[in-house]
Write a protein that binds this ligand. Structure first.
Ligand SMILES: [Zn+2]
Length: 341
């Protein structure tokens, strides 16, 4: 026992002449801790040739871009379905799981997904994350006075800007997976052709409305880019975001505007509760003018999957058709109601 002790003691002394033992132990401990927590290793989720690239997106309009460009090469999961308000959406446990397994995350940015900011930032440390609207030239973005100097995030309402978001998605996919570049490029070209046709359609439809009747009143200020691109004056009951609810004063002010300008129709939005615009309609009535609810527009969310409005192109067509028919005459909704009676 004594012999063993002497041997250990002399070995320690010899080693301590060469190394600082406590320091060495400390270093080993720290290295061990790092390898246990993975602090020193950036988590890279590499894919193999046959494996699909997992892409997680926020709003439906972005999900649609990614599906159109990526085709079979990707597995795309959209977090926000029909009727979901991105300004208010908080991620679920399932979403966190999906984000954790994503190879690429696409979101709109410019504070659209305002309740997800921290989480998206956290994931961006280890996963390729791209805010498509933030990839668009800032000189093309709007900063309406009611936005307190911030950029308006609703860029999909101007098709020419949305084409730029499409290019951001293409460039990201090509950089991540250059082997499939030709597929992504061809799909993008095809999709942009369709979007250019859509642009022509929206312009032609808008021109059917006399200039003095091109006033669009909606539940929230989502349509500034639409107004800017297609020549409409735009008024929203709620501000740029739906986070702050409209008050009585806002309702009164908007009702006065509608009665004074004799605006025939106002529009509800699929992702914003109807009640606020019904209050406006009632307030307009009390001023002796009748305004119709011109129909439902898809603003910050698309329609149900499998319906025409469940795609970006279908949603835009639905919106312009609804706006034009309500502002120039009877709405499709009223037509169908009068047939039922
Ligand atoms: Zn919005």
């Amino acid at each position: 026992m004594q012999l063993k002790y002497n041997f250990l003691r002399s070995t320690y002394n010899r080693l301590s002449n060469i190394f600082n033992i406590p320091l060495l132990l400390g270093c080993l401990l720290i290295l061990n801790l790092f390898s246990m927590t993975g602090c020193d290793v950036k988590i890279e989720k590499k894919i193999t040739e046959n494996e699909k690239i997992r892409v997680v997106t926020t709003i439906g309009m972005i999900t649609d871009i990614v599906k159109n460009i990526g085709g079979d090469r990707l597995e795309v999961i959209g977090m926000m379905g029909p009727g979901v308000d991105p300004h208010l959406y908080k991620p679920t446990a399932k979403d966190i799981e999906r984000l954790s397994s994503a190879n690429i995350i696409f979101y709109n940015g410019l504070h659209l997904e305002s309740k997800m900011g921290d989480i998206l930032e956290r994931f961006s440390k280890n996963t390729k994350s791209v805010a498509v609207a933030e990839g668009v030239d800032k000189n093309l973005l709007l900063t309406p006075p009611e936005f307190d100097g911030q950029y308006d995030p609703h860029i999909w309402f101007d098709i020419s800007l949305w084409i730029k978001a499409v290019e951001v998605v293409r460039d990201t996919l090509v950089a991540y997976n250059p082997e499939s570049e030709s597929t992504y490029a061809a799909n993008t070209d095809q999709y942009i052709l369709k979007l250019n046709e859509l642009q022509k359609y929206v312009k032609t439809q808008s021109e059917r409305v006399p200039t003095d009747r091109r006033i669009l009143v909606t539940a929230h200020d989502a349509f500034n880019y639409f107004g800017n691109a297609y020549g409409f004056e735009v008024q929203g009951l709620q501000g740029m975001s739906t986070v702050t609810e409209a008050g009585i004063a806002d309702v009164k002010e908007l009702a006065t505007f509608i009665a004074k300008r004799k605006i025939p129709a106002i529009f509800v939005e699929s992702s914003v509760p109807v009640r606020s615009l019904e209050a406006v309609k009632a307030a307009v009535k009390s001023k002796g003018f009748d305004v119709q609810i011109g129909g439902e527009l898809f603003s910050d969310a698309m329609g149900n999957e499998g319906t025409p409005e469940g795609t970006y192109i279908g949603m835009v067509k639905h919106n312009i058709d609804t706006i034009v028919s309500a502002l120039i005459g009877k709405t499709a909704v009223e037509d169908s109601l009068s047939k039922e009676q």
